[in-house]
Design a protein around this ligand. Structure first.
Ligand code: UFG
Length: 333
C-alpha cells in the first residue's frame, strides 16, 4: 500500500484528495498547521473513508520537523498543497506569501532529497497563464503572473523544474487547477473560507444562507456570452481524482510534467448563479458592480493532455457543483 504524504491536507482540496487517495488504496500522512483549515476536516475524512490519517500538526516550512517525519515513515510520494491562496491578501502582504509558500516548497523538496523520495505532485493554478492570448488554454500557453500569489505559483513551478534537471530520478507533476468548486457528496467536507469570501461560489453560498446580504457581480460589460466573467469551474471531487491519477502515473511520465485540471467548459457568473438558484430552489440577491481589477474576461482549459497521459477526465457537471456546494453550506451551520 503506497504511502503518500499530503502537505496542507486539511484544507479544501487537500481533504477531498485524501478521501480519493484512501479510496484508491493509499495510506496517507498529513502535515498541516491548521493556519487556514481545521482538524474537523480530518475527522470528516475518517467518517467518509473509514480510515484515519496519520497527522502531524506542523508548519511545512519547518525543515527539521519535516526531516523527522520523513525519517519515521517510508514515503512513496508527496502532494504539496501547503500555501496561502488569497490573491488580494498576497498583494497586501507579499513577503508573508513569498516566505510561506516558497519556504514550504523548499523544505519539502529538501526532505524529499534527503530521504530519496522522488515523486512529487504540486498544486499549481491556471493563474500562471496570466491574461489568455488564446483559448482554450493549453499547457504551452505563455506564462506570467500579476500578483504575489501568482508569482509564488510560477516561482515554485520553476524551482521544481530545476530540481528535476539536477535530479533526473525525480518525477514531478505540476497540476494547474482552473476554478475548483463543490463538495463531497456526504456534505461533510467543503470550502469554508475565513472572513469574507474572495471566490464566487462561497460568496453565492453565504448569500443564499443569509450570511451576506447581496452578491456583487463584478462587471457585466465583458465580451462574453452575457457580459459577465467566464471560468472553467471544476468539481473538487474530480480535481481530487486528478491528483490520484497524477501520483499513480508519475513513474510512467518521468521528469517534470504539467497538466491542466479543468473541464474544458466555460460558465459565466450569471449562468452559475442561475444554475445555483434553479437547482437548489433558493433566493440569491445580487447586483452588478464594477469590474474587479485584475480579472480576465474568460478562461478555460484544454484538457486533452491530462486525458491522454493521465487517463483522467472531469465527469461532474455544473448541477453537481452547485448542489453539493449548497448542501455542504447547509451542513456547516
Ligand atoms: N466574481 C463575482 N463576484 C464575487 C466573486 C467573483 O462576480 O464576489 C466573479 C469574478 O469577477 C470572476 C468569477 O466570478 O469572473 C470567478 O471569480 P473567482 O474569484 O471565484 O475566481 P478567479 O477566476 O478570479 O480566481 C480563481 C482562484 C485563483 C486562481 C484562479 C485561476 O481564486 O486562486 O482562479 O484561474 F488563481
Amino acid at each position: 500500500m503506497p504511502t503518500i504524504l499530503v502537505a496542507g491536507g486539511a484544507g479544501y482540496i487537500g481533504s477531498h484528495t485524501i478521501v480519493e487517495l484512501f479510496a484508491a488504496g493509499h495510506d496517507v500522512i498529513c502535515v498541516d498547521d491548521f493556519s487556514n483549515s481545521s482538524p474537523e476536516s480530518l475527522a470528516s475524512i475518517q467518517k467518509i473513508a473509514g480510515k484515519s490519517v496519520t497527522l502531524y500538526t506542523q508548519d511545512v516550512c519547518n525543515t527539521a520537523a519535516l526531516n523527522d517525519i520523513f525519517s519515521q515513515h517510508v514515503i512513496d510520494g508527496v502532494i504539496h498543497f501547503a500555501g496561502y491562496k488569497a490573491v488580494g491578501e498576497s498583494v497586501e502582504l507579499p513577503l508573508m506569501y513569498y516566505r510561506n509558500n516558497i519556504d514550504s516548497t523548499l523544505s519539502l523538496c529538501e526532505a524529499c532529497l534527503n530521504h530519496h523520495v522522488t515523486n512529487i505532485v504540486f498544486s499549481s493554478s491556471a493563474t500562471v497563464y496570466g491574461t489568455p492570448h488564446f483559448l482554450p488554454l493549453t499547457e504551452e500557453h505563455p506564462l506570467s503572473a500579476t500578483n504575489p500569489y501568482g508569482n509564488c505559483k510560477l516561482f515554485i513551478e520553476h524551482i521544481l523544474k530545476d530540481l528535476c534537471v539536477a535530479n533526473p530520478a525525480m518525477n514531478i507533476a505540476l497540476l494547474r487547477y482552473f476554478n475548483p468548486v463543490g463538495a463531497h457528496d456526504s456534505a461533510l467536507l467543503g470550502e469554508s473560507p475565513r472572513g469574507i469570501p474572495n471566490n464566487l461560489m462561497p460568496y453565492i453560498c453565504q448569500t443564499a444562507s443569509g450570511l451576506r446580504e447581496c452578491l456583487n457581480v463584478f462587471g457585466d460589460d465583458y465580451e462574453t456570452v452575457d457580459g459577465t466573467g467566464v471560468r472553467d469551474y471544476i468539481h473538487v471531487v474530480d480535481l481530487a481524482k486528478g491528483h490520484v491519477a497524477a501520483i499513480n502515473k508519475l513513474a510512467e511520465n518521468p521528469g517534470c510534467v504539467t497538466y491542466n485540471l479543468g473541464t474544458g467548459n466555460g460558465t459565466s457568473v450569471l449562468q452559475l448563479l442561475s444554475a445555483f438558484i434553479a437547482e437548489n430552489k433558493v433566493n440569491v440577491p445580487y447586483k452588478v458592480t464594477s469590474r474587479r481589477p485584475g480579472d480576465v474576461a474568460e478562461c478555460w482549459a484544454a484538457t486533452d493532455k491530462a486525458e491522454k497521459e493521465l487517463g483522467w477526465k472531469a465527469e461532474l457537471g455544473i448541477k453537481e457543483m452547485v448542489r453539493s456546494s449548497w448542501l455542504a453550506q447547509c451542513n456547516s451551520k
